[in-house]
Design a protein around this ligand. Structure first.
Ligand code: SF4
Length: 266
C-alpha cells in the first residue's frame, strides 16, 4: 500500500466483508443491486431523524415527537422513493409505537436532556503496526450525560427486531469505532457505549479500551490485506439481507460452465 493511498473504512465496511463476495459487488464493482432496499428501512431512518430533531430542539416531550413524526416520515419516504400511498399509514403507526417506546426508555435512563452531541460525524486516521493508514468514518447517534450522573454515554439507537447477546455486544466492532473516534477527535472518554433496542425495549452496555482499539486496527489491516489479494469467496452468511442474490446465483452457475468468462453477467 502506498503512502498516498488511504482506504476509507467504517463499521459497515467491516460488516459487508462478512460475505466477501457481497463486499466485492457493493464496494469494488459498485454494482447496481438486483432488488431495491426494503421499504421498511425507511421507518428506522425516519425514527433516527425525529429523535435527532428532538435533541436539536430540546423539546423533550412525546408530543413534540408525535407532532414532527408525519413530516419527518414523509420527507424520508420521498428521499427513499417509497410509495406514500402504499406505506404511509402503516409506517405512521409503526413509527409512533417506536417513538413512544423510545421516549419511555430514554426518560427512564435520564437521557431526555441537553446532549453533548446528536448525530455526530467523526472522521479520524488510524495507523496499523505495519505502517498502513486508514481513514475511519463513523456517525454517533447521541453522546449524553444521563441526568443525575457523572457518566458519559455513547448511545446508538436500533430499530430492528434482533437483539444480540451480551457476549456478541462485547466483541462487535461498532462500539470500538465510536469509542476510539470520540477519544481521538473530541478528546472525550465515554463511560460506556450503550445500544438501545427500541423495538424490543432492551439495552446492551459495553466498554472499550486500548486492547479493543489495537484489535480493531489489526482486524482492519487483515481485511484490507485480503481485499488487496482479491479474496472474495462467498460466505453465504448475509444472504437474508443481500441485495445481490440474482447476481450471486448467476456467478455460481457460471462456475460450472467451462471456458466462460466469470464476469459475463456484469
Ligand atoms: S447472496 Fe449470499 S453468498 Fe451471494 S453475495 Fe449475497 S450474501 Fe454473499
Amino acid at each position: 500500500m502506498t503512502d498516498s493511498y488511504m482506504p476509507w473504512v467504517s463499521n459497515s465496511w467491516m460488516f459487508d466483508y462478512e460475505c466477501p463476495r457481497m463486499f466485492k459487488y457493493k464496494r469494488i464493482d459498485k454494482a447496481d443491486p438486483d432488488t431495491p432496499p426494503s421499504p421498511n428501512c425507511v421507518v428506522g431512518s425516519a425514527v433516527h431523524e425525529a429523535i435527532h430533531q428532538m435533541y436539536v430542539s430540546q423539546d423533550f416531550t412525546l408530543g413534540f415527537l408525535f407532532r414532527i413524526w408525519p413530516v419527518v416520515l414523509r420527507e424520508q419516504m420521498e428521499s427513499y422513493s417509497v410509495s406514500e400511498t402504499q406505506y404511509f399509514a402503516t409506517f405512521l403507526k409503526e413509527g409512533e409505537k417506536l417513538l413512544a417506546k423510545f421516549h419511555s426508555m430514554a426518560k427512564d435512563k435520564g437521557l431526555l436532556v441537553d446532549p453533548i452531541y446528536t448525530e455526530k460525524k467523526l472522521q479520524y486516521i488510524v495507523k496499523s503496526p505495519a505502517g498502513n493508514k486508514y481513514m475511519v468514518v463513523c456517525y454517533l447517534d447521541l453522546v449524553v450525560r444521563p441526568e443525575g450522573t457523572d457518566e458519559i454515554w455513547i448511545v446508538d439507537f436500533k430499530t430492528g427486531s434482533t437483539v444480540p447477546s451480551q457476549a456478541a455486544t462485547n466483541s462487535e466492532s461498532q462500539a470500538t469505532f465510536y469509542s476510539l473516534g470520540l477519544r481521538l477527535v473530541e478528546k472525550i472518554t465515554e463511560s460506556k457505549v450503550v445500544f438501545m433496542y427500541i423495538r424490543k425495549g432492551k439495552w446492551r452496555y459495553t466498554a472499550r479500551g486500548d486492547q479493543e482499539y489495537q484489535d480493531l486496527i489489526k482486524d482492519i489491516d487483515e481485511q484490507q490485506s485480503k481485499i488487496n489479494n482479491g479474496e472474495f469467496e462467498p460466505s453465504y452468511s448475509l444472504c437474508h439481507i443481500c441485495l445481490y442474490k440474482d447476481k450471486c446465483k448467476m456467478e455460481d452457475k457460471a462456475k460450472d460452465i467451462p471456458g466462460l468468462d466469470p464476469g459475463w453477467f456484469k
